[in-house]
Design a protein around this ligand. Structure first.
Ligand code: HEC
Length: 139
């Protein structure tokens, strides 16, 4: 009996810990994230133009602004790195940053005034982000 226990207990612990490992893997399974982005961010040409001019420099994988791309990275919308919930939160964050005229940063604009958003650009971008967030929320 004692012998059975000395074998059984470690065996059970092993199985138990393995099940944890598999659970962890399940949580981080990339396919889940990819399927959640089945509908990619739609980026019409005019929006792409505005983003390229005023935002992308700091908010994509290639950006040298570590903080900027950590807070918002457009590449992560379409490569499965942002869950649907995260995409919605980021899109809402974009609307908020535009409402408050927080982005692009003032310091950047003082150096590159031609990168500023016109009122029309800001509205187009904000409407686009709102529509994309609404669409994702409805899926
Ligand atoms: C010069 C670099 C730069 C440009 C250009 C820029 N950003 Fe940012 N952005 C940043 C940085 C840096 C942060 C992080 C700021 C912080 O944490 O205080 C940030 C943060 C953000 C956030 C997250 C805010 C938060 O509190 O989580 C949003 C949304 C955002 N930017 C949107 C935009 C949009 C939209 C544009 C274009 C209209 C833009 N940014 C252009 C550098 C930039």
């Amino acid at each position: 009996m004692k012998r059975t226990i000395t074998i059984l207990v470690p065996a059970m612990l092993f199985v138990f810990s393995m099940s944890f490992m598999f659970d962890v893997e399940k949580i981080e399974e990339p396919s889940k994230a990819i399927s959640s982005t089945s509908s990619k961010l739609e980026m019409p040409e005019n929006i792409k133009g505005i983003l390229d001019k005023s935002c992308m420099g700091c908010h994509n994988d290639a950006s040298t602004s570590t903080k900027g791309k950590m807070k918002l990275n457009f590449d992560k919308f379409n490569n499965g790195k942002y869950s649907t919930g995260k995409q919605i939160a980021k899109l809402n964050g974009i609307v908020k940053s535009l409402t408050k005229a927080k982005m692009p940063p003032k310091k950047f604009l003082s150096k590159y005034p031609d990168r500023a958003l016109s009122a029309d650009d800001s509205k187009a971008l904000s409407d686009w982000a709102t529509a994309q967030a609404t669409k994702l929320a409805g899926e």
